[in-house]
Structure formats: structure tokens, C-alpha cells
Design a binder for this molecule. Structure first.
Ligand code: ADP
Length: 975
């Protein structure tokens, strides 16, 4: 042990140095140390600030207790005490060596703050930060012999700062993202707001389960009788307590809980108007709104105040019923005879008694209810009153009326009073009559008695005059014949003049050729023609009717003799060289001669274009609104076809793999963004959407995009609407897009799988079928009844199974574009007949009848069309109860032939009808669960018919039955 006394003053360090052999170091024992080293060490060892010393040529290490914590556990302490620095600090030697050299060479101190010096401690290299100074210490000769280090470890501080900075950066990012999201939400909301505020119907949005009014448009406020500040941001039932007692809460709750929309027509609601409650009649709907998780978080209500209409109607109904009561109980005979046809609309008991007719004449025209009037002037008078609008009154008029088969003479005081509508047009005639037969007859008798006497005196004279009179009579009868002729022409002329002056568009068409016999100015306006068309057949007068259904309907009216009423029928008519669409309510009324054969058709038409278009506009606004409400998940596009600009929102851009927000174009971004296999198809669909006749502006497609930047393939469903101006030019195309990649991929996987399995099943099934047939033949030979029966059943099942597998294979082929048409000319009707017979063989449960048509040829793939007919027939059998009839009809319509299959089965709800032709779509009902099928029959049928340029559709009334139709073009013989 050496003399370490000096060091012992250094506390803990001193203690440790006792076991340290200084002789082993190049420095030698403390007794050999220069004074300057000793002085420095004494400062270091007594300091409670961390200090270190490198001494001598080997830079032997010294340090004090305060420094020790920086060396960590299981680290360098105490081994580096007395060690040369290069060995003690290999891991940081490259950092500190230059500093030491610099200090020793220059004799000047150096200083660093928060410097990273990773050192080995606690068993590993740790990132440690230091603030330190290196100062030179000289020996007795005055030359630098050591480096004195004071230092503090600042790792904690530095790490804390770094952490703080990182936190700040994250915070800034989060704030920015939040602001962006807020902005986006605000934007969407503003759009929705705008749409709602400008909507032509009352709209409000309620949020949360207590229905806080979030948005309300002016029409809704007007309807509620409230100001915006009274209701906004308040629960609606607090803001409008009058709704509470009216069960509105439970309606709202029901929609909120179930998500099922609620709609009401003309629902009476008590609303505060001014200071008091008033009944308003409202058509409205409640619909649920969903948050991004699909949970209901509010309701939207859309309504229209129809109080005025309802009240007006009620008033009319009320006054009508008052009037009816008055007529019924009046003590005089009254009848109301309506319209140009003079139909008995209302007639009281007194009048029935007077006319000697039963009440069943109500609803009949005057002329047919009172045939005995043919030769009397009353019908003519009624017509005059109806057309002139001037009342007619007569006293003691003579009339012959048929009572129980006998003609009874009578005298009547009567008045025919025109009944006019608000516009002053006569709509009916009211007849009031009093029977004065008794009075007149009594007076006549009196007169007769007086006259008898006079006449006896005159008899002689008379006889003389008789000869002259006979002569005159002959002359007169000739005269009256001429007069009768005149009346006939006159009545025809009058009829024509009625037509011409009628306040509605009217025309009379003569004969099967539909010659325009009479037409009034209003009808000429409707037709956009002048009166040079009088005398022409309608087909020549209006050549644009070719291809429209009206000529055929007129012809049918001729054949059937029954009137035809059209409502809101769309007619395309040429006005000054331009084709225009208009909507009409019209009637084709057959006029018959005495033999009840139709010889004229009266056409009356009423232009309702404005109403229809107005309704379309509202529908359009509603459609837009619905789209807007969904905006949260949908991308939207808006194409201005007048200025040729295209607007995509960010979601839409994302779906096309575009991250910038520069302007986009249809050619460059949309068409180029489509998958090459979809490009041509979609381009065609869109150009069709721009033609109103073809598409009515509807657009609903699925396509793939290939991201412009990310090259990712996505499946998109797009839906939109083209808007047209008055001339049917497309002006705007708006809509939305939704990503359906996942669904699509699943679907494709499913298809591949089904395709593969079907393919694999086909071979074993074929041999199974072969064996079964062989066994069947054998069983028949052996007359084994049980086996024959059982094998028959097996065969049916195997056939069913192979039909099903073929169906699946066809779906896969169709989808991969591998279905080809093997077209030929054949008689459609014979094929229909064949399929019916085949179906009857396998299912005797129904009676299938065929209404045949003229036999026509079609140019089509016979097997595939057979498949379609057979599918429709087997569906009719499957989905209708045993024993009910099935009717197949074949009709030629223009250059198409239409086949229909009607059943009296369960029918289909409107919602399902829309989706029936989709792949794998089946209607889910408790009954249908037990009926086998996969929902591919109709899908395949539709694809087949479409590939033949035909149409397929269904009409059905739930609970009553369904009719499926398809059409095919008739072969022109040129293929
Ligand atoms: P499948 O009959 O194999 O289910 P289809 O594609 O032929 O498949 O028919 C799809 C669905 O349309 C059926 O599931 C059924 O719900 C409905 N459907 C088809 N035809 C009729 C019909 N004549 N009457 C009622 N529903 C029918």
C-alpha cells in the first residue's frame, strides 16, 4: 500500500483510491506528483461540482464523487480511475481527443453546450448530452500537462426540449388537419343548406333524438307559422308545443328508431297561425338521416302545404252536397244534365215521376234515356241552351212521355237554366218542370164544348172546302220533306260549328282513314298546322305521328267502338319544322250511326304539358336534394354542357387517382381515367344520356377507373341526371360516384368460384344422367314399377340440377364476354307453342293457354330465346298457386313482336320490380324461401333479350299476379 494520504481527503474517491495502485500507472505514486497536479486534484476532489482531469502524457483520468453519477451503474467507475484516457473512453475518443489536443496545444480553454456525446454506461451505449469546459493545467515548468474538465450532464433537459418540440409539431399538424376537415364539412353543409333553402318545398332537418332544428327553409317556417329564431337550434317539440298533443312525437320516434320513412297525404295538423291554432292540411314525409357509421342521427322532413286545395275541395264538396240535398227535397221536378253529351247527373224523385223513368237513367245521356224525345223538340232546346248559355222557358208545353211502355200526353211549364263554371263556360243545364196537364186539359174541355156548337154550323162549309184542302195537303207534305232535309244539313252544320267554337281542342275524324272532317282553331294550334289539312287523312296531315302509338289507338277505337282516354300522354308534333314534345289528356270518342256502327271519332285534347313539366321539376329538385344528403360518402361531378366545363369534388378526384385540384376535362381526365375495356361503353352511355328521347337524361352505370397518379384500379358506381332546356338540348349533367371495389371483387371471386364448381360438376352429372337413363330403360323392360317411378323422379331432379348448372355456366360465360349469338330466322310463335307444350309435360299443375298472333319471323338465337320463354313460363308456374291459369300472348306491334306471360300468382312489390333483373336477386318472403332458385333466370333472360336489341320488363300487382313481357325486332328478311 502506498502513501495515498493526500487523496484520502477526497472522501469516497479517496477511499476507493486506497485500493488503487498508482505505481502501475505511468504516472507513478502520489509522492512523485508535481505540485500543480496536487493543487488541481485538491480543487477537484473537494468540489461538489462534477469535475475531471486528464494528466500527463497518457492523459491519466481523475474525477470526483460529484462526477460519478454520470458514469452510471456497472459502468466505468471505478475502473477508469488512473487509466489512460484513450483506454477509458474508446467510444468517444474521436470526439474528445481533438478537444484535448486543441487545449494542450493552444493553452486556451474551450467550451460546449448541450453537446451529444454517447458514452458507454449502464451496460450499453447511451445518448448523453453534456455542457462542459476543457481548460489547460500547466506543470511546474509552465507547459500544459493536463486538461481540467468541468461538466454537467444535460441529457434530461435536451430530451425534454426535443419532446416538447415534437409535441408542438404534432399539435400544429393536428390543428391543420382539423381545420381542413372543418372547412370540408362546412362546405358540404353550405351546399346542403343552399339546396334546402332554395327548394320549392318546405324542408327542415332535425338532429338528435330530441329533434333539434338544425336547418329550416323559408317555406317550412311559413308553414309552421314561426320565425327562424323561434325554432333554430331548439328541439322542435319545445319550439312548437302544439305538435305534442297531435301524436307527431310518436311519428318522429318511429322513423328515428326504425329508419322506415313515414309519409302522409293531406294530414290535418293544428298549427299556430298568428296567435291561434288553425288546421292545416299537409303532404309530407319524414326520413331518417344517418351518420358515417350508419347510425340514425336525425330526420329530414319535406312537406307541402295543401290546405288551400283541400279546403277548396271541401267547399266544393260541401256546396255540392248542399245542392244535391236541395234538389232531392225540392217540391218541383228538377234534373241536372251535364256536359255536351247531356248526361243526367242528378235527378230528383219528382222529375223521375214526371218522366215516368226509374232512377237508373242517372248517368245516361238524355237522348238514350228518353228515346221518345227523338221526334220532340226538347233535346234540341237543351242543346241550344248548353251551347248558347241562354236560359229557355216555356209554359204549357206539350210533351209525350213513355210511362211503363205507354205514351202519355202532358203539359208542362219548364225552364232550362244553364249552369256555368267560374270562367262563364256552360258545364250543365238544370231543368225544372211543373206538370200542368190537369189545368190545361180542364181549360181545353171548356173550349171544346164551346167550339162544338160553332163547328156544327160550319160543317157544311167545311165539306165544300175539303177538296181544296186535300190538294193543299199533298203540297204541304212535299214541303215538309224538304224541310226535314234542311234540318238534317242544319244539324250537321251545327255540330261542326259546336266543334269549331268549343273551348277545348277538338276535331272530328271521319271513316277508317281518319279524314280530318272538322277541326277547331285550338286543335290546329296543338297540331301546329293550318286548316289546309281539312279533308286529309290524319296520317298525312300529321306525318310525325308515324312511330307513335296514336294512329293504332284510333284504329282500335274504330274496331271496338269504345272510347279511349289518355292521360298525360307524351306526343311529339312538328311545329314550323321543329319536333316538339307535349303532354295531353285526351279522349277519342266514337260517334255512331243509327246502326250503332262507328262512323266518326271525336278527338278532344287538353294540353297539360305545364303541369307535367312542373311536376318533373319538383322531382328533379328532390332528386338533387337526395343526392346532396348523401354527399358525405359520395363524390360529385357537375358538367356544364353550355360552357364545356367539368367540376369534380375531392372525393371524385380521389376515385380517379388525382390529387391536384386543377381543372379537369371530360376527355383528358374522365375518359382517360377509365379502364380501357370500359371506355367505349361508358362514352356511348353518356352520349345517349344527352339525348332525351333515348334516356330521359337518366344515367346509372358501373365502371373501372385506373388512377391517373396511383395507377390503382377501382370499381365505381356512378349515377346522375342530365338536364335539358326547353328545346331538349342538354345543358347540365350532375351526379355522384361511389367506390364499390370491394363488393365487385367479392362478386368476381364468387363468380369465379361458382364458374369453376359448375364446370367441375358438369362432367359427373352428364354421366350420372346417362346411367339413370339406361337404368330407366332397363326398369321399363323388366316392368319394375317401383324402379320406373323412382328413376323418373331421379331423372327430373338430375335435369333440374343440370339446368341450374348450365345457368351458372352461362352467367360466367356472359360475364367474361364468351356468349355468342347463333342467329337464324324462325317463326317465334311456333317456338312459343313448343315451349308451352314442353312445360305442360313437366308441370301439369297449371293450365297454360296461348293467345296467338300473326305468324312473324324473327332473326335470333333460337336456343337462347327458347331459354327465355321457358324461364318465364317456369317462373309463372313456380310463383303462382296450382290450378291458376297462365296466359301467354304473342302480339305484333309495328315492327316488333311482343310476347307476354301472365300469371295470377303472388305478384311482386314495386321495390322488388326495380331489381328483379339483377344477378342473384330473389324476393325474400316466407313463401319464396321454399321455392328453389338462385335468381339468375331473369338476369340471363334480360341479357339475352338486350343482346337481341329487344326489351324485357314486368308489370305486376302485389297479391294479384304478374305479367312479364319481352319484345324482339321482326326479321326484315335482309339478314
Ligand atoms: P329464381 O326463380 O331462380 O329465383 P329468377 O331470376 O328467374 O330466379 O327470378 C328472380 C326472382 O323474381 C324470383 O326469385 C322471384 O322472387 C321473382 N319472380 C320471378 N318471376 C315471378 C313471377 N312470375 N311471380 C312472382 N315473382 C316472380
Amino acid at each position: 500500500m502506498h502513501d495515498n494520504k493526500f487523496l484520502e481527503r477526497g472522501g469516497e474517491m479517496g477511499k476507493l483510491t486506497r485500493s488503487f495502485n498508482w505505481q502501475e500507472t505511468k504516472l507513478g505514486g502520489p509522492e512523485t506528483w508535481p505540485q500543480s497536479l496536487k493543487t488541481t486534484l485538491s480543487i477537484i476532489l473537494n468540489s461538489s461540482f462534477p469535475m475531471f482531469l486528464f494528466w500527463g502524457a497518457d492523459l491519466i483520468c481523475f474525477y470526483n464523487d460529484a462526477y460519478r453519477p454520470s458514469l452510471g451503474n456497472n459502468g466505468k467507475h471505478p475502473s477508469i480511475l488512473g487509466m489512460p484516457a484513450a483506454e477509458a473512453w474508446p467510444e468517444i475518443w474521436h470526439i474528445i481527443k481533438p478537444l484535448i489536443d486543441q487545449v494542450l496545444a493552444g493553452g486556451e480553454a474551450t467550451w460546449s453546450e448541450d453537446q451529444l456525446i454517447p458514452i458507454y454506461r449502464n451496460g450499453k451505449i447511451e445518448d448523453v448530452y453534456w455542457t462542459f469546459s476543457f481548460s489547460p493545467v500547466s506543470d511546474e515548468s509552465g507547459s500544459p500537462a493536463g486538461v481540467f474538465v468541468t461538466c454537467t450532464e444535460t441529457t434530461g433537459k435536451v430530451v425534454a426540449y426535443q419532446q416538447l418540440e415534437e409535441n408542438n409539431r404534432q399539435l400544429a399538424l393536428a390543428v391543420e388537419a382539423e381545420m381542413l376537415a372543418q372547412k370540408k364539412i362546412k362546405e358540404n353543409e353550405r351546399n346542403l343548406h343552399l339546396v334546402i333553402l332554395q327548394a320549392p318545398v318546405a324542408i327542415a332537418i332535425f338532429r338528435g333524438a330530441d329533434y333539434v332544428v338544425e336547418i329550416v327553409n323559408p317555406l317550412a317556417l311559413e308553414l309552421w307559422g314561426r320565425k327562424a329564431q323561434d325554432v333554430l337550434n331548439r328541439p322542435i317539440l319545445d319550439a312548437m308545443p302544439e305538435l305534442r298533443e297531435q301524436g307527431i312525437k310518436s311519428l318522429l320516434d318511429q322513423v328515428y328508431e326504425t329508419g322506415e320513412p313515414f309519409s302522409a297525404i293531406e294530414l290535418p295538423v293544428q298549427l299556430l297561425r298568428g296567435k291561434q291554432l288553425e288546421t292545416a292540411y299537409i303532404n309530407f314525409v319524414y326520413e331518417a338521416l344517418y351518420d358515417s357509421d350508419g347510425k340514425i342521427n336525425g330526420l329530414i322532413t319535406i312537406g307541402i302545404d295543401v290546405t288551400q286545395q283541400v279546403l277548396a275541395r271541401k267547399k266544393i264538396e260541401e256546396s255540392e252536397s248542399r245542392f244535391r240535398a236541395m234538389v232531392k227535397h225540392a217540391p218541383v221536378a228538377i234534373a241536372v244534365i251535364k256536359g255536351a253529351d247531356l248526361i243526367f247527373e242528378l235527378i230528383n224523385d219528382e222529375m223521375l215521376k214526371l218522366l215516368g223513368k226509374p232512377s237508373s237513367i242517372i248517368g245516361k245521356p238524355y237522348a238514350s234515356a228518353l228515346p221518345e224525345m227523338q221526334s220532340q223538340p226538347y233535346l234540341k232546346r237543351l242543346e241550344e241552351v248548353y251551347t248558347s248559355g241562354i236560359a229557355h222557358r216555356e209554359n204549357e208545353a206539350f210533351a209525350l212521355l213513355e210511362h211503363d211502355g205507354r205514351l202519355i200526353e202532358g203539359y208542362y211549364n219548364y225552364i232550362y237554366q244553364p249552369v256555368k263554371d267560374d270562367d262563364g263556360a256552360t258545364i250543365a243545364v238544370m231543368a225544372v218542370a211543373i206538370d200542368v196537364t190537369m189545368q190545361v186539359k180542364a181549360r181545353q174541355r171548356e173550349r171544346e164544348l164551346n167550339e162544338q156548337l160553332t163547328s156544327m154550323n160550319n160543317e157544311l162549309n167545311t165539306t165544300n172546302e175539303e177538296l181544296i184542302q186535300t190538294n193543299e195537303e199533298i203540297y204541304q207534305s212535299q214541303e215538309s220533306l224538304l224541310q226535314l232535309n234542311d234540318t238534317l244539313t242544319e244539324s250537321e252544320a251545327r255540330f261542326r260549328s259546336i266543334v269549331r267554337q268549343a273551348p277545348v281542342a277538338m276535331s272530328i275524324l271521319e271513316g277508317r282513314n281518319l279524314i280530318v272532317a272538322t277541326v277547331n282553331d285550338m286543335m290546329l294550334d296543338v297540331w301546329g298546322k293550318t286548316d289546309w289539312i281539312v279533308g286529309l287523312p290524319l296520317a298525312m296531315a300529321l306525318p310525325e305521328l308515324a312511330g307513335q302509338p296514336f294512329l293504332q289507338i284510333l284504329d282500335d277505337v274504330y274496331t271496338s267502338g269504345k272510347a279511349y282516354y289518355g292521360t298525360e300522354a307524351k306526343v311529339t308534333i312538328e311545329h314550323n319544322g321543329e319536333l316538339k314534345d307535349a303532354y295531353f289528356n285526351f279522349v277519342y270518342y266514337p260517334l255512331k250511326d243509327n246502326d250503332k256502327v262507328t262512323d266518326f271519332i271525336m278527338v278532344v285534347a287538353n294540353d297539360v304539358t305545364e303541369q307535367v313539366l312542373a311536376r318533373h321539376d319538383i322531382q328533379e329538385a328532390e332528386e338533387h336534394l337526395r343526392m346532396a344528403t348523401l354527399a358525405a360518402e359520395l363524390g360529385t361531378f357537375d358538367m356544364d354542357l353550355v360552357n364545356g366545363t367539368l367540376d369534380w369534388d375531392s372525393r371524385c378526384r380521389l376515385l380517379f387517382g388525382i390529387s391536384h385540384s386543377d381543372p379537369v376535362t371530360y376527355e383528358k381526365d374522365f375518359l382517360q381515367g377509365l379502364h380501357p375495356d370500359d371506355r367505349e361503353r361508358i362514352d356511348k352511355i353518356i352520349s345517349d344520356a344527352f339525348v332525351k328521347e333515348i334516356s330521359n337524361g337518366d344515367y346509372d352505370v358501373e365502371y373501372r377507373t385506373v388512377g391517373a397518379e396511383d395507377k390503382k384500379q377501382r370499381w365505381i358506381r356512378a349515377k346522375g341526371k342530365v338536364m335539358f332546356n326547353d328545346d331538349d338540348k342538354p345543358v347540365r349533367f350532375i351526379g355522384s360516384v361511389l367506390e364499390i371495389t370491394n363488393q365487385k371483387e367479392n362478386e368476381l371471386r364468387k363468380n369465379d368460384f361458382i364458374g369453376m364448381v359448375s364446370h367441375e360438376l358438369k362432367t359427373p352429372l352428364t354421366s350420372l344422367k346417362g346411367y339413370v337413363q339406361m337404368l330407366h330403360i332397363k326398369a321399363k323392360k323388366q316392368e319394375d314399377d317401383f324402379a320406373i317411378n323412382a328413376l323418373g323422379k331421379v331423372e327430373t331432379q338430375v335435369n333440374k340440377m343440370s339446368a341450374m348448372i348450365n345457368g351458372f355456366l352461362n352467367v360466367t360465360r356472359l360475364e367474361s364476354g364468351k356468349i355468342y349469338l347463333n342467329e337464324q330466322e324462325f317463326k317465334l310463335e311456333s317456338l312459343v307453342q313448343e315451349v308451352i307444350e314442353e312445360t305442360m309435360l313437366t308441370s301439369a299443375s297449371h293450365d297454360i293457354s296461348l293467345v296467338p298472333c300473326d305468324s312473324v319471323m324473327v332473326y335470333a338465337d333460337m336456343d337462347k330465346i327458347e331459354h327465355v320463354i321457358s324461364n318465364l313460363l317456369s317462373n309463372a308456374v313456380k310463383y303462382s298457386p296450382r290450378g291458376t291459369p297462365i296466359t301467354v300472348k304473342c302480339e305484333v306491334m309495328g315492327n316488333e313482336v311482343q310476347v307476354s306471360v301472365s300469371d295470377e300468382g303472388a305478384g311482386i312489390k314495386p321495390n322488388d320490380i326495380e331489381r328483379l333483373f339483377e344477378r342473384y336477386y330473389r324476393v325474400e318472403t316466407t313463401e319464396s324461401k321454399h321455392i328453389s332458385g338462385f335468381g339468375i333466370g331473369l338476369y340471363l333472360s334480360a341479357e339475352i333479350i338486350q343482346r337481341h336489341n329487344g326489351k324485357i320488363w314486368v308489370k305486376s300487382e302485389f297479391g294479384k299476379g304478374s305479367t312479364f313481357y319481352f319484345t324482339l325486332p321482326i326479321a326484315t328478311g335482309k339478314q
